[in-house]
Design a protein around this ligand. Structure first.
Ligand code: DAH
Length: 357
């Protein structure tokens, strides 16, 4: 038996000396692996007499179990030591002050847009979108702007270079082309708003080359100006968070509506601040009207069967009014002090149930 005792002492010494899990596994393979020293002993049993085999086999099994137990214990000890070392090296000093990072905020125009969408969505309007790069048909012709009509010039359009086929693409001057795209692709009844970016060659205290509009369109049977007025007054009261707003229509001209109007809202300008829903002044707030029969026809809708109203409003302007920002140019100056003062938390998305702003 001395060979077994020597082997056991030898393997156990190797187990004790293994400094990490890889070394320990090498010891295991060398002893208990297919060609390991202890497995090799088991292979010699075949050439023995039955009595010899019984005795020798039992002794080898005892040896194997002892080695296996020593391996298991050592493995557990090495794993515990590795975990302790990791915990010791990964300590965090929670008493250190957290680093101050400037948080991003939602721009007031985007906040205003989200508020408008939340209100109209609750009133049953779907949100429609269209491309910023438009063609003449959708931006002008289908909206009843006759060729060479001065109204086209009034839009101060950004044009792209003329293409080989003679077509000249443009940056949409208003969100009204989305009306056309919607009427061409959907059957009435239609009830949509189209929020988005719009572009004009214009830059002064009250105009920026890029601005934002929300367009509205309702097409159904028997629609009239009364529906338009109720829709807009309901929207404005919710948007400005007042019980009532008083509005007035002023006659106006838009090629795509007949009759056309601008809507003013009653306000108070005393004290250098504009307050909506009270007072003796009027403030122009949006353009609107009944969809012109030529526009319906251009989009394949029979004006004798369907009528509709449309409106368009400037989002930046409405945001300035609601949140008291005095100068349009500050809105896009990317001044981080302005943004952190007027910006909104990204976690407070406006919705009709929990409040707008
Ligand atoms: N598209 C007009 C503009 O940008 C705004 C507008 C006015 C839209 C009246 C409408 C409307 O849908 O009915 O000046």
């Amino acid at each position: 038996m001395t060979d077994l005792t020597t082997l056991e002492a030898d393997v156990l010494a190797q187990v004790a000396a293994a400094g990490d899990l890889a070394a320990l596994d090498a010891v295991r393979v060398a002893a208990l692996g297919k060609t390991g020293s202890i497995s090799g002993l088991l292979k010699t049993l075949g050439s023995m007499s039955p009595e010899e085999r019984k005795e020798r086999g039992a002794a080898i099994n005892v040896l194997r179990d002892r080695v296996q137990t020593a391996l298991n214990d050592k493995k557990a000890a090495l794993e515990a030591a590795a975990l302790d070392a990791r915990l010791a090296s990964e300590t965090l000093d929670l008493t250190l002050p957290a680093p101050h990072r400037r948080r991003g905020s939602v721009h007031p125009t985007m906040q205003t847009m989200d508020e408008m969408i939340a209100i109209f969505a609750e009133m049953g309007f779907a949100v429609a979108e269209g491309p910023d790069i438009e063609d003449d048909f959708h931006n002008f012709t289908a909206l009843n702007f006759p060729p060479k009509h001065p109204a086209r010039e009034m839009h101060d359009t950004f044009f792209f270079n003329t293409k080989e086929d003679g077509e000249r693409m443009l940056l949409r001057t208003h969100t009204s082309p989305v009306q056309v795209r919607t009427m061409v692709s959907q059957k009435p009844p239609i009830r949509i708003i189209a929020p988005g970016r719009t572009y004009r060659v214009d830059n002064d205290a009250t105009h920026t080359p890029v601005f934002h509009q929300v367009e509205g369109l309702v097409i159904d049977k028997g629609i009239h100006m009364g529906h338009l007025k109720w829709t807009l007054e309901t929207f404005l009261a919710r948007f400005f968070e007042t019980d009532v707003v008083t509005t007035q229509f002023r006659p106006h001209h838009f090629p795509f509506t007949e009759p056309s109007a601008e809507m003013d809202v009653q306000c108070d300008r005393s004290g250098g601040e504009i307050k909506i829903g009270q007072g003796t002044s009027w403030l122009e707030i949006l353009g609107c009207g009944m969809v012109h029969p030529n526009v319906l026809r251009a989009c394949g809708i029979d004006p004798d069967e369907y009528q509709g109203f449309a409106f368009g409003m400037g989002v930046d302007r409405l945001g300035m009014l609601k949140y008291g920002m005095p100068d349009l140019r500050d809105m896009w100056a990317s001044d981080s002090r302005w943004l952190s003062h007027y910006g909104f938390s990204a976690f407070a998305a406006p919705n009709a149930a929990s409040g707008l702003s």
